[in-house]
Design a binder for this molecule. Structure first.
Ligand code: AMP
Ligand code: ZN
Length: 467
């Protein structure tokens, strides 16, 4: 079945086909976090959306190379490093670690590559040099390097691919130095910012003098370095359409002369009482805030996955409480199926899987997908109550659930159980540790790992978890 996605460039739903002539490999880049604070759940809505896209592509048999950068140098970070009198890495490191912890708690697959901007300075410099050579970037009197929108457009390139811009107001050569700016200011933007005293020790040498990169060039350099000059999918929250993504296109296409990205996907914002959840408005929750109130990452994930990605979604605590109830309904049904199926292997329930896939293939219509899930829960509960399912029916229903749960990623309570021989190894390892036979204990751990299982502590003692 074809996968249809809304492409911001064409402003229409298009059938997705990868650039790979074999139709298998997909390169996907999602703008990652700026590690200057804990991510709030508005940010998480975007990352959970990216995780859904990746999981659904994998479900459909694509081999995805998922890249998510870590923005570890930009204006806001430098300001905080200065205020806190610390070092760049000393400041960003703990937020990066916290981000990855939250990512796991929310059941997101870890991106295959997580480049840090500060580790791509040579590629960034090379890209800027290319832009200078091609005549679309220039040195300003203070030594900073800017992208020239006028020169770029003069080469027949289009600035304003993602949204319509009004160039009548634009004054040639007008410059904007900050990383974030409004649509009203279509102006040349900074690629390399010359070192100023406020930057402290945050600077790198370059052919353009000491300084640091602008935010937009970082993503162009990292994405093309890891996915090639042209790649399949680029994702982010809708606030990144302008200027960030528009500038990424201009920099990348300006340097390579090749199309940058085939499909642009943008997630709508998470609102709180009708307003965008943002740090500047102070109306935000982090995942940690919600965990402190007794909610789990899984419940937050469910809530963030509830609405269609292109619709704004209003966050409420009541909504989170409803998420808890909804998941409990699914868990209860799955637990009963497990008990009845008792480990019997079966082919997945076609009806559930088809309804689910059909919904997600239509621009990730998650509401219809949840509709299919809850209809299945209702029918399954009825069959369980009427005793009409049988062992084979329960096993097939369970297999169907596990298949679609690989996309939803909310399956903590429905996780696969390790086979008996591996459980026996776990018991043997516990015994070996008791006898201080750490060599054997390590051997068993490695053997389990080789088969795709890790040992995890749980309130009921150690257990095996599928990686
Ligand atoms: P940042 O760490 O600020 O660079 O943002 C990381 C991601 O979160 C970006 O893709 C933003 O577009 C996205 N984002 C920021 N605020 C929200 C929000 N309220 N709802 C959804 N996504 C958001
Ligand atoms: Zn980016």
């Amino acid at each position: 079945m074809a996968l249809n996605l809304f492409n911001t460039v064409s402003r229409s739903v298009q059938t997705f086909a990868p650039l790979d002539p074999n139709g298998r490999n997909v390169g996907m880049y999602c703008c990652g976090p700026t590690v200057y604070d804990y991510a709030h759940i508005g940010n998480w809505r975007t990352f959970v959306f990216a995780d859904l896209v990746r999981r659904h592509l994998e479900f459909k048999g694509f081999q995805v190379n998922h890249v998510m950068n870590i923005t570890d140098v930009e204006d806001k970070i430098i300001k905080r490093v200065r205020e806190q009198k610390t070092t760049l890495r000393g400041f960003t490191g703990p937020y990066e670690t916290a981000f990855l912890e939250d990512l796991r708690a929310l059941g997101c697959q870890e991106p295959h590559q997580k480049p840090r901007a500060t580790e791509y300075i040579p590629q960034i410099i090379a890209l800027i040099e290319k832009l200078i050579t091609r005549g679309v970037a220039y040195r300003a009197p203070d030594g900073s390097v800017y992208f020239s929108i006028d020169k770029y457009r003069g080469c027949g390139c289009q600035y304003g691919q993602l949204l319509k811009l009004n160039f009548d107001e634009m004054r040639a050569g007008e410059r904007v130095k900050s990383d974030e700016y409004a649509k009203e200011s279509i102006a040349d933007f900074a690629l390399w910012k010359t070192r100023v005293p406020e930057d402290g020790e945050v600077f790198w040498p370059s052919p353009f003098g000491e300084g640091r990169p602008g935010w937009h060039i970082e993503c162009s350099a990292m994405s093309t370095a890891l996915l090639g000059n042209t790649f399949d999918l680029h994702l982010g929250g809708e606030d990144l359409i302008f200027p960030h993504h528009e500038d990424e296109i201009a920099q990348s296409e300006g340097a390579t002369g090749q199309p940058f990205v085939k499909f642009w996907l943008h997630g709508a914002h998470l609102l709180v009482e009708g307003k965008k959840m943002s740090k500047s408005l102070g109306n935000y929750f982090t995942l940690r805030d919600l965990q402190a109130k007794g909610y789990t990452g899984r419940e937050v994930r469910y809530l963030l996955l509830k609405a269609h990605y292109r619709e704004t979604f209003n966050f409420t605590m009541d909504g989170l409480a409803e998420a808890k109830t909804a998941l409990a309904r699914i868990d209860e049904c799955v637990a009963k199926l497990r008990e009845l199926a008792g480990g019997t292997a079966a082919v997945p329930d076609v009806e559930l899987v088809t309804a689910f896939q059909t919904a997600l293939d239509e621009d990730l219509n998650i509401s219809a997908a949840w509709g299919a899930v809850f209809e299945w829960v209702r029918k399954t509960n009825r069959a369980l109550a009427d005793n009409t399912l049988g062992v084979a029916g329960a096993a097939s229903a369970l297999a169907g659930w596990e298949k679609i749960n690989a996309v939803l990623g909310i399956g903590l309570a429905a996780e696969a159980e390790a086979p008996a021989e591996l459980q026996a190894l776990l018991v043997e390892r516990q015994l070996a540790r008791k006898n201080k036979d750490f060599k054997r204990s390590d051997e068993i751990r490695d053997q389990l790992k080789a088969q795709g299982w890790v040992i995890e502590d749980s309130p009921k003692g150690q257990r095996l978890k599928k990686v």
